[in-house]
Every structure is written in C-alpha cells, then in structure tokens.
Design a protein around this ligand. Structure first.
Ligand SMILES: C[S@@+](CC[C@H](N)C(=O)[O-])C[C@H]1O[C@@H](n2cnc3c(N)ncnc32)[C@H](O)[C@@H]1O
Length: 353
C-alpha cells in the first residue's frame, strides 16, 4: 500500500520532533549540570574557560567541553566564541541553579529523569494495564516532586491560597488542628507550621520513606508543632481537624471519593477542606497545550498507575478538571465547592459541607 502524504506537513512534523528530541537531551544535560554542581559554579563566576571551570568543580574537562557544547547550543548558557569562554546570564541562573526560586526548573527535570530511569517498569505497566504504586518509582521522583512543587507552595500557600478561604486564616493564626493529607516530603506541612505557630499540623502519607523525609525536613526547619503519620487518606487516624488540605495528591488516589469522605468525617464542625489540584479544563480538548502535554504524560506513568494500584482504582487522572473534582467531593458528602484561587499550574478548591 502506498500512502500519499503532504511533504510540507511531513517536514514540519519531523522538524518539530527534532526540536522535541533536542529538548529532551537538553533537559537531561541540565539535570547532569545540576547534580554535578556546574550551574552553581557558573553562577556569579563571570566568563570562564573549560579548564578553569573543570578545575573549580573537579570534573573531567573532556566531559565538560561536550556538556557545554550541548548546553550552550540549547541556550541554557552562553558561549563566547571570541575567547572560548562560558558564562550564564542572571535569567539562566534563576532557571537552572537558584534553588527555591519559582523559576528554577531543576525539580521538574529531576521528576522527568525519574520516569526515564524507570522506563522498563513504565513500559510493562503501560502494556499490562496493571497498577504501579508511588513507592515503585526511582527515588529521584520523590525528591523531584518536592523540589518542583515547593517553590509554588512557598510563593502562594500562606500569602494567597489560605487567605482566599473563608475564615481559615484567622483560625490558623489563633490555633487550629490541621491535616495535610498526601503530604509527601512535607514541604507544605512545614510551611504551615512555620506560618502558624499556634496551630498543629499533621502530615499524613501512605509512603513511609516520604514521611521519614518529612520528619527530617521538619527537624531541620526547627518546627515542633508538627506530627507525622504513615496513613491512607481514606482511613488515617485522628479527627476534629479545623482545616484539611491536600496538595497535588487526590487524583493519585485509588479511592478519591473514599478519601474525601474520610476527610469530611474527620473535620470539626465548620471545618474546611482545601483541595489543590493541577490546573486543567473540563475536557481533553481544553488541555491541548504544553501544560496538558506534560500533565497527561505524568498522569500516564505516575498518577494513574498509582491510583490503579490501590483499592477501587478510579484513575481520575491529573487533568480531571474542576467539574469532575467537584463531583468527587459531592459524592463524598461535601455540598459547597468553590474555586478560591489559582495559578497557571494549580487550581485551589474550597470544599465545605
Ligand atoms: C504527587 S505526590 C504530592 C506530594 C506532596 N503533597 C507535594 O505536593 O509535594 C502524591 C502523594 O500522595 C501520596 N498518596 C497517594 N495515594 C495515597 C493515599 N491513598 N493515601 C495517602 N497518601 C497517598 C503519595 O504517597 C505521594 O506522596
């Protein structure tokens, strides 16, 4: 059979794919540069030669030469051909090396590298249709997730999201009992503990190594008004919470309705549930953009397999959208769901009875 095709369309598609492959390699190179400390060595160093940079960080100049070639071709660092030196601009420093800045993308890279590192399991899961628990992924997924999300929480949680909820900030300032469910490495838990010293923040996650890491982070931050628990969202211990929150985790759960129901049952009268989920439209057609491309991919290999590995296995997906999330909350017995805040990557729902 001979297919007829449009040569211009084909060339356009091939060109796009080459750009995507270049992007994938650049992301990988940027990750290497992060892990080996090259970007931080370039930050503030001015123009340096390969040998100067190699000596500064103790790397093989042969490898560094090739790395710089790729990174500069990508536009992630500057190559000065007139004297064969290299540097980074203030903007490149923000994106590639300033840990904790909202523009820093290294957590993003680490998260994606974890998916390539686990490609055999990802392929097996995709082919078999079986579940794959969160804990089955390479360690760099957990660190990358925390690194990726933390700056957004730092920028928004205390200053924008909590104040956007009716009456919650005052309760937290006075002293409230808070549950942070699916807390992962506990960055959100620690942020709230620091901002509201009269409140006690309970970080809950079913992944025991993440809870260990969260305890370490809380101790390093010197906060004592935290308690951590290895537990499932649908049956964790405790109750009487004035405020419950969940950050980028509901869609990962096998039984999001059961989780939301348990949260409702453990809230004190008048309590609020703040649900933070990835930004998405209500239909696939609304999510045909780079963010949708990224979120659907993460959902394909991380979120949906995790959900399918648990009881019920609803597989909500990371692009469920507000309408579907509100249905889940209503099924769980909540009656009022309102979008209280949003960022380009997250929607923040205020969920009450
Ligand atoms: C994408 S991570 C988000 C972690 C953290 N909230 C953050 O924003 O960095 C999802 C988290 O949900 C947890 N999780 C998934 N299903 C769970 C369940 N049924 N009960 C409790 N935790 C769950 C995972 O272990 C993981 O730590």
């Amino acid at each position: 059979m001979t297919d007829t095709f449009d040569e211009d369309v084909l060339n356009g598609l091939v060109g796009k794919v080459i750009g995507d492959v270049a992007g994938a390699m650049s992301m990988f190179m940027a990750y290497l540069g992060d892990q080996a400390g090259v970007f931080s060595a370039l930050d503030g160093a001015g123009r340096v030669t390969v040998d100067e940079l190699a000596a500064k960080i103790g790397l093989n100049p042969k490898y560094l030469h090739e790395w710089l070639g790729s990174i500069c071709a990508a536009g992630y660092a500057q190559h000065h051909a007139e004297d064969e030196t290299f540097s980074i601009t203030p903007e490149q420093a923000l994106v590639f090396t300033r840990e904790g800045q909202p523009a820093c993308m290294q957590g993003f890279f680490q998260l994606i590298v974890s998916q390539f590192a686990g490609h055999e399991q990802a392929t097996e899961t995709f082919k078999s249709g079986k579940g794959r628990p969160w804990g089955d992924h390479p360690q760099c997924l957990f660190c990358g997730t925390d690194r990726f999300f933390r700056p957004g929480y730092q920028a928004n949680l205390v200053d924008n999201w909590i104040p956007a909820l009716a009456g919650v900030e005052a309760k937290l300032q006075t002293g409230a009992k808070v549950a942070d469910i699916g807390c992962g490495h506990g960055s959100s838990t620690v942020l709230m503990a620091q901002a509201y010293p009269n409140s006690t923040i309970h970080g809950i996650d079913m992944h025991a190594p993440s809870i260990e890491e969260a305890k370490t982070k809380a101790a390093a931050a010197g906060v004592t008004n935290v308690e951590f628990q290895v537990g499932k969202a649908q049956d964790f211990a405790g109750g009487g919470f004035d405020f419950a929150c969940m950050f980028d985790a509901l869609h990962d759960m096998g039984d999001p309705v059961g989780a939301a129901r348990h949260i409702r049952e453990t809230l004190a009268p008048g309590g609020t549930f703040m649900l933070v989920e990835p930004m998405a439209g209500d239909s696939m057609a609304e999510n045909m953009h780079p963010l949708g491309q990224i979120f659907y991919a993460a959902s394909c290999t991380i979120c949906t397999p995790n959900s399918l590995s648990q009881e019920v296995g609803l597989g909500l997906g990371a692009q469920a959208g507000e309408k579907r999330l509100a249905e889940v909350c209503r099924e769980a017995g909540f009656t009022k769901i309102r979008r209280a805040a949003e960022t380009p990557t997250n929607m923040v729902l205020e969920v009450t009875s």
